[in-house]
Design a protein around this ligand. Structure first.
Ligand code: C5P
Length: 234
């Protein structure tokens, strides 16, 4: 099993405004969580915002889901590594060569190599949607096949729904990271998530890290909520 140091919680900073994101971050501590920055916040806050969080001691997961020709993705991954991020991701649908080029580029960067994970099939895609883009089989078949491809390309793991974690943990073995959103502590609002597991259940199913946004960012006391969740996983 990959040894997880520190908190397994990655707080999703789903804010349009970097100032609001900073206000939340100032209520947290790097010892208690990692942070995820997605396309909206990155597009508004830019690389300086990422550098700032890294300088505050946070492990940052840059969730930009790169998908392009291998050379372009490799160079983008290098650029992300220069920001000092801890984890980044690409789309497995970009193919094995693209994933290999990305991992190769990260191996050659100086400093600590960021973890590279893949998105397999977006959970917003139904089986019908997959048919429309020419992918046969169920979403679950495609997730399994693309996770295997990511592993062959020597990536560190995949993003997956907690409902897929047990199947993927069995398929990929212990040394592959499974990073799962769709997690809700007991009693928390479901928001727009449908099929959720609790943090304890997700970890029991084989998840390595849990991506959580609103249960923490919208809590009256985000630090206390984070403490409760971390405590529940000890
Ligand atoms: O607020 P909440 O905990 O629902 O946030 C979950 C985070 O995980 C958001 O950043 C969302 O975009 C992301 N995510 C997800 N489901 C996926 C992939 C990513 O909820 N299948």
């Amino acid at each position: 099993m990959v040894e997880i140091e520190g908190s397994k919680i990655i707080v999703a900073l789903d804010y349009a405004d970097p100032v609001r994101a900073q206000t939340l971050v100032q209520q947290l501590t790097p010892a208690m969580c990692r942070l995820k920055i997605g396309k909206e916040l990155f597009t508004r806050g830019g690389p300086d915002f990422v550098r700032d969080l890294v300088a505050q001691g946070y492990d940052v997961f840059l969730d930009l889901k790169f998908h392009d020709i291998p050379n372009t993705v490799a160079r983008a991954c290098e650029a992300a590594a220069e920001l000092g991020v801890w984890m980044m991701n690409v789309h497995a649908l970009g193919g094995r060569k693209m994933m290999q080029a990305a991992q190769e580029a990260l191996r050659n960067t100086s400093g600590k190599r960021p973890r590279l994970i893949a998105v397999t099939i977006l959970t917003s895609m139904s089986d019908d949607d997959l048919g429309l883009i020419g992918l046969s089989g169920s979403a679950s078949d495609n997730v399994s096949r693309l996770a295997a491809l990511a592993q062959q390309a020597d990536l560190d793991g995949v993003v997956c729904s907690p409902r897929e974690a047990a199947m993927l943990r069995q398929q990929t073995g212990d040394d592959f990271l499974l990073v799962t959103p769709g997690v809700r502590p007991v009693g928390a609002s479901m928001d727009d998530q449908h099929r959720v597991l609790t943090p304890e259940q997700a970890i029991a199913q084989g998840s390595s890290y849990l991506v959580m946004g609103r249960p923490i960012t919208q809590a009256d006391d985000p630090l206390a909520r984070l403490q409760e969740i971390n405590h529940s996983l000890e």
